[in-house]
Design a protein around this ligand. Structure first.
Ligand code: HEC
Length: 157
């Protein structure tokens, strides 16, 4: 009888631990105040090696979209872009770089993208909440997290 009680107690403690771990993981995955951008997996892109495949004009802003020739070939073929690929939105205001928005493929999975905001001097905007970038772009998971996939596929053809 005593042994049975101990077994039950252990089972309950185990279940509680699982629930606790699951909630911590959920919390860490979600957006919560204070989750601010710092250095993450995203590196500054090799801009000179990238193709400028389309431009989006937004008022005073001209957004030059850029990625690698390898990524453009993969996008055209409908294949996942290589791990490490940078997607870059260079935001020009009055002909000068105002900021760089960068997403980078950080793993094989369709949802393995990371985001970062860089100033013109290539430093990171430390108070940016990059979880917001991710959550908006996640709506495009079927399009490799891209809003300008059709433009990238049409480029050069
Ligand atoms: C509310 C939705 C939303 C948020 C938040 C957002 N984006 Fe975007 N992003 C877009 C849209 C829409 C485009 C297409 C260009 C346009 O319409 O201006 C785009 C384009 C891009 C592109 C060019 C590749 C592509 O997907 O077409 C990059 C790179 C990018 N965003 C990075 C970022 C980064 C970095 C952040 C956060 C600092 C961010 N985005 C936040 C909606 C969003």
């Amino acid at each position: 009888m005593r042994e049975k009680l101990v077994q039950i107690a252990i089972a309950i403690a185990g279940a509680a631990l699982v629930v606790l771990l699951a909630s911590v993981m959920l919390l860490m995955d979600g957006e919560f105040p204070g989750a601010r951008a710092e250095a993450n997996a995203v590196t500054f892109p090799p801009i000179e090696e990238l193709e400028h495949y389309t431009t989006v004009e937004r008022g005073v802003s001209a957004e030059h979209m850029m990625t690698s020739p390898e990524a453009l070939a993969a996008l055209k073929a409908g294949s996942p872009v290589p791990v490490g690929t940078h997607m870059v939105l260079v935001d020009y205001r009055n002909g000068k770089v105002f900021r760089y928005f960068v997403s980078q493929k950080v793993g094989e999975g369709a949802d393995e993208w990371a985001f970062q905001w860089f100033h013109p001097d290539r430093s990171i905007k430390a108070d940016e909440n990059t979880a917001r970038c991710y959550s908006c772009h996640r709506s495009r998971q079927d399009s490799q997290f891209m809003f300008t996939l059709p433009e990238a596929q049409a480029f050069g053809s």
